[in-house]
Design a protein around this ligand. Structure first.
Ligand SMILES: Cc1cc2nc3c(=O)[nH]c(=O)nc-3n(C[C@H](O)[C@H](O)[C@H](O)COP(=O)(O)OP(=O)(O)OC[C@H]3O[C@@H](n4cnc5c(N)ncnc54)[C@H](O)[C@@H]3O)c2cc1C
Ligand code: FES
Length: 282
């Protein structure tokens, strides 16, 4: 983890209150792995003092550009939205753990032959809700590059909130849900998952091997009840944070019984934000 001062290249509105921030610096893929996050100093002064955690949505193949997508919520993200191209921004990164990738693929550029890659190929299900969608895009790009097939379910409140549909379509099949039914399927991501799982019964083959999710607690809780603990499934938590580096305990959550490590609690900023789906009590 280090402090860096990348250049802002772009900071533009791409959906209702959703911004795309592109930063320019050196972002090595083997350090800035999918699932890790940045701690962003949103203000140019001292107020607000605390940094705001933001996921890595993408890193360009030449490792020069990093993309963050954020929702303008409160004071911090409103100040963030005022940055203009050419300004520098104060970032601590990369923080947290990262998504575990399916066995046989470690994220490094290696010389694995096509045949070996095909044998390792897995069906991946990405489930994102609202501002939990961004980290799944970088993960999906890495998984696709490794030869895995991707299905994405992305949930939003309404048509005006939908973003990155085409980007996810470049990875594979995409199902969009909106709560008010103004775009895609009416309902929640869990409703789209039910459809995919009923197709599984008809086809007699599992519709996915590994599931990765990120989104609001209610969505993750619904996934915990819906998806069996036998399935390989992960979630990334977006807990409120203070220091971001394990010192203040602002982000603590509890392990579920049977998943405790050396302690009964976990710091999302350090042991997380990525966990097995059933590991944490929500
Ligand atoms: C690991 C991690 C990755 C994240 N990645 C992204 C991302 O890629 N894009 C993005 O837009 N946001 C992301 N978030 C959430 C983001 O950090 C908060 O939205 C941000 O801190 C809000 O700051 P603010 O000053 O604008 O709002 P505040 O004024 O602090 O809060 C505004 C409102 O949002 C609520 N809120 C603030 N933080 C959270 C939170 N973490 N969870 C739930 N509710 C919250 C507050 O209770 C309040 O109602 C991430 C959070 C974590 C922990
Ligand atoms: S934010 Fe301080 S310990 Fe996690």
């Amino acid at each position: 983890m280090k402090k860096i001062f990348p250049n802002v290249v772009e900071n533009t509105l791409i959906a209702d209150n959703i911004f795309k921030l592109v930063l320019e610096d050196n972002f090595p893929h083997d350090e800035f792995k999918p699932g890790k996050f940045l701690h962003v100093k949103c203000s140019k002064g001292l107020d607000p003092l605390l940094r705001r955690p933001m996921s890595i949505c993408d890193i360009s193949d030449d490792e020069r550009y990093l993309t963050v997508l954020y929702r303008r919520e409160g004071r911090g993200t409103t100040l963030l939205s005022e940055y203009r191209a050419g300004e520098k921004i104060d970032i601590l990164a990369p923080l947290g753990n990262n998504f575990e990738l399916p066995a046989g693929y470690n994220g490094d550029k290696n010389a694995a032959g096509d045949l070996q890659q095909q044998c390792l190929s897995k069906k991946i299900l990405l489930i994102g809700g609202g501002i939990g969608v961004p980290p799944l895009y970088y993960l999906g790009r890495k998984l696709k590059a490794a030869g895995h097939s991707i299905i994405s379910i992305l949930g939003f409140n309404a048509a005006k909130d939908v973003f990155y549909e085409n980007e996810f379509k470049s990875l594979g099949e995409v199902f969009i849900t909106t709560v008010d039914g103004s775009y895609g399927m009416k309902g929640f991501v869990i409703d789209a998952l039910a459809e995919i799982e009923s197709a599984e019964i008809v086809d007699c083959e599992p519709s996915y091997d590994v599931m990765y999710s990120c989104g609001p607690k209610a969505m993750l809780k619904a996934l915990q009840s819906r998806i069996s603990s036998d399935k390989l499934a992960y979630m990334s938590l977006e807990e409120r944070m203070g220091c971001g580096v394990g010192a203040c305990l602002a982000c603590v959550c509890n392990y579920n019984e049977g998943f405790e490590r050396d302690k009964s609690y976990s710091r999302v900023c350090t042991e997380g934000p990525v966990y097995k789906l059933h590991e944490i009590s929500l």
